[in-house]
Design a protein around this ligand. Structure first.
Ligand SMILES: NC(=O)C1=CN([C@@H]2O[C@H](COP(=O)(O)OP(=O)(O)OC[C@H]3O[C@@H](n4cnc5c(N)ncnc54)[C@H](O)[C@@H]3O)[C@@H](O)[C@H]2O)C=CC1
Ligand SMILES: CCCCCC(=O)/C=C/[C@H]1C=CC(=O)[C@@H]1CCCCCCC(=O)O
Length: 278
């Protein structure tokens, strides 16, 4: 997928992984509306990115993703500003077991709602242009993690949701691809500001996390692979330090959309192209 001129909607973009993704998309010529609950950091990021990439290409909107009306209004603003949204990144997330219901509302419910809003807008069978929805999950969406059971559950749910839509028999007609971005620990505020009571067994976690920590830019490279490779749908892309990004699962698709999916589990098969699919 060529990114130049594409409209993007991204949540949780004021800092961390969301900001890094926004910056990389702008560098490739896309136009991004990012939202965040934190207005101070959001506005400061907007000012910096507008200076770097042009005031017309990037815009911030304050939005609490757990508020359905605010989320829809922010998405609609991106559509109005750019003409269409063809890339949607549901990225906002928190890690705090003490407020697990709020965490599920942000990490799971809002990512599902954001996906539904994007699908309604993008689907070709209802007049849209098609597109790709990337949900920022985590390795914690794929394996059990004793440090944060509720966080882990919030992420597993998103993997189930995202990959289920990818398997929809109407996927080809809808022309919308679905992807899960699954990094291990990343050097962002989420990790550096983590307090003792927010997870279990913190000392053990810190030891493990320190050994595996990625920089946001490494996650961005994986994100770009998901978005730019129009041949995949239902992709679960793991990102580990030292190993780079590896597909756990994806479906190869026809060039014109997402028909004839073939599930590929073996990373050695991931160089297959749709023409290889029988
Ligand atoms: N940092 C890490 O080690 C990893 C993070 N992730 C995931 O990556 C995503 C981004 O996290 P990071 O950039 O690391 O964290 P971060 O804390 O640096 O950035 C998250 C952003 O989301 C925003 N946000 C939080 N609640 C919100 C709400 N209700 N409405 C709108 N925005 C809200 C925050 O204000 C912040 O700007 C999250 O979904 C997280 O679960 C996945 C794997 C590892
Ligand atoms: C290889 C062990 C890494 C464990 C610690 C870690 O890096 C955790 C990072 C988390 C921060 C936010 C997330 O979403 C990350 C979850 C990653 C879970 C990895 C669990 C791996 C294991 O149990 O061995």
């Amino acid at each position: 997928m060529e990114l130049s001129g594409r409209g993007v909607f991204l949540t949780g973009g004021a800092q961390g992984i969301g900001r890094a993704i926004t910056t990389a998309l702008l560098d490739k010529g896309a136009k991004v509306l990012f939202c965040d609950v934190n207005a101070d950091i959001g506005k400061a990021t907007e000012a910096e990115l507008q200076k770097q990439c042009g005031a017309d290409n990037v815009m911030f909107q304050q939005c609490d993703v757990t508020n359905a009306d605010q989320l829809k209004a922010a998405f609609d603003q991106a559509v109005t500003k750019f003409g269409a949204v063809e890339i949607c990144c549901n990225n906002a997330g928190i890690m705090d077991e003490t407020i697990w219901e709020k965490m599920l509302a942000i990490n799971t419910t809002a990512q599902i709602r954001g996906s539904q809003i994007a699908l309604d807008h993008m689907r070709r069978d209802k007049g849209g242009r098609g597109g790709v929805i990337v949900n920022t999950v985590s390795i914690a969406g794929l394996i059990p993690c004793h440090w944060f059971p509720a966080y882990c559950a919030s992420k597993h749910a998103v993997v189930g949701y995202t990959t289920s839509w990818a398997r929809n028999p109407m996927a080809g007609a809808m022309g919308v691809r679905w992807c899960c971005l699954c990094p291990v620990s990343v050097n962002t505020d989420m990790m550096t500001s983590l307090q003792e009571d927010q997870i279990f067994d913190m000392d053990n976690f810190r030891e493990r996390a320190a050994d595996t920590m990625l920089q946001p830019e490494e996650v961005v490279q994986a994100f770009m692979r998901l978005v730019e490779d129009s041949d995949n749908n239902g992709a679960i892309l793991e990102v580990w330090r030292g190993k780079g990004a590896t597909y756990r699962k994806r479906q190869l698709v026809d060039m014109d959309g997402v028909s004839n999916p073939m599930v590929v589990d073996n990373p050695s098969q991931t160089s297959l192209k749709p023409s290889d699919v029988k």
